[in-house]
Design a protein. Structure first.
Length: 131
């Protein structure tokens, strides 16, 4: 009986630790925090490689946002502070694309105006040559 009780409490501890680890991961904790959990023995037989793969795929999202922040010369914040949810990530990504689109539209407008001026000048030159 004592052996069964130990296994049950061990399973409960493992489940609690897994839930705690998952909560930290889902809150946007960075990889260093997760690694500290593993190093401190809180992994409780979790497949470390699997968790690290999930962290890596999540960090791809963070890298996109960090790149945008660095491009605009803002202070890069820790990942957990910068993005705490997918909603915030999507909002930041949307704003980044809106900015990119407006920059592209402005560039297209300038190129169009330049081309229009060029065509007008060519028309005037042809008129002068005819006269």
């Amino acid at each position: 009986m004592a052996l069964m009780k130990d296994t049950t409490s061990s399973d409960a501890e493992t489940k609690a630790a897994l839930n705690r680890d998952r909560a930290i991961y889902e809150s946007g904790a960075n990889q260093a925090t997760i690694c500290k959990l593993f190093e401190s023995g809180l992994d409780h037989a979790v497949n470390v490689v699997q968790i690290q793969n999930q962290i890596q795929s999540r960090n791809i999202k963070y890298q996109q946002i960090l790149a945008a922040w660095e491009k605009h010369k803002r202070e890069a914040l820790p990942l957990a502070d910068l993005v705490t949810s997918d909603h915030e990530f999507l909002s930041a990504k949307f704003e980044h694309h809106v900015k990119k689109d407006s920059e592209s539209n402005l560039l297209i407008k300038k190129l169009y105006e330049k081309e229009t001026k060029k065509q007008e000048i060519e028309k005037w030159i042809k008129r002068e040559e005819i006269n």
